[in-house]
Ligand binder design. Sequence first.
Ligand code: JFZ
Length: 416
Amino acid sequence: MHDKMKWFRDARFGMFIHWGLYSMLGGHYNGKETPDAVGEWIMRHMRIPLAEYKKLAGSFDPVRWDAEAVVRLCRDSGMKYLTFTTKHHDGFAMYDSKVSDYTIMHTPFGRDILKELQYWCGEYGITLCLYYSQMQDWEDPDGDGNDWDFDPSKKNFEAYFRRKVCPQVTELLQNYGPIGMMWFDTPYDMPEALCRELRELVLSLQPDCIINGRIGYGLGDYLCTGDNCMPTRPWKTAWELPMTLNHTWGYRPDDTDWKSPSAVIEALSQAVSMGGNLLLNIGPDPLGQVPEESVRILREVGSWLEDFGESIYGAGASPEFPYCLPWGGFTMKDNTLYMHLLRYPARRELAVYGFLTEVRSIRELRTGKDVPFSVFYDPARNEKRLNLILPDPTSVVDTVLKIELAGPMRTADAPV
Ligand code: JFZ
């Protein structure tokens, strides 16, 4: 059977790009700082009049933008898909939209960067996905969220939906080739009937396009966690965690509190061990450049993936163990288990309790070196455990051991 979710489950790691007019402000307007951590909400958080904010388009000229470099960074970082903000809450189209003049084509730059991304994603084998803010639109008088330029009591959301959302989503799915996924956002109290209509529209244009959970009302093909929220245990359904590298999605030069490459690798490995994906954000600056720190972090993640990617791509969660695993967690692919040693134990003998399946071999993933092991059974306690003698770590973040099983993985049930 054709499974349109397969590429998504196999990919595990994607690049989020938040880029728009807000990137030009970098969290500051008229000498004042926006009150919230995120930069892309500045128009609403500072109640910037639409007429003022729109002027930004008149000087949007990101001459350093290099779509190929960005897509290559995506590939070199080990990411398999790229989700681009085609229209964020500010309502500005970062592609050639004919629906209104509020687009990148009406800036000094005047290039359809989405076409460029489509081309380079094709060249580098990256699945192109599109973020689109369907409910909030601070430019449209009837869109949600702008209550300083427009009177909320006079809003006709359905009019905006038919005038802007449907035609733009149609353009996006007709003019840019096969799209892996539509990434909708902040559905709030959008009427369910319209959410259903939106889903139908997407599927009528591209039946294989998947839809994220933030379309609302459980109509998505997978669950989106809250931003930066990691589940506590494996979820059966497909899911994705959107994560920032600092504290903002849109560019903010004053936010230098970056996550370490180790923290990202840990999040990725944890996400996969719970059956999910990580969508990691970059926010290009007003000239179109990806902040240097972001590039540095991504490259380190990419270099870890070069050695240990086998434990991530196409892998998923293993059955749960009755005990927590203080050293890290497992990912699994068919009858192969990957042991992620995120907190390398000081003692070299390690026991995994409740490990029931027969083990064929254990090797350190990067070097292929054999890892000595034995299975221990304690009849009086009716308890089985796997004992290993750990090798020297081969990564300062996450050394991975590859465990070949004789059959499907089984673990002991937790006593109830
Ligand atoms: C939304 C946007 O408002 C934000 O600007 C950014 O694009 C982000 C990826 O998505 O923000 C959210 C949406 C949902 C949650 C948190 C922030 N949530 O469910 O916790």
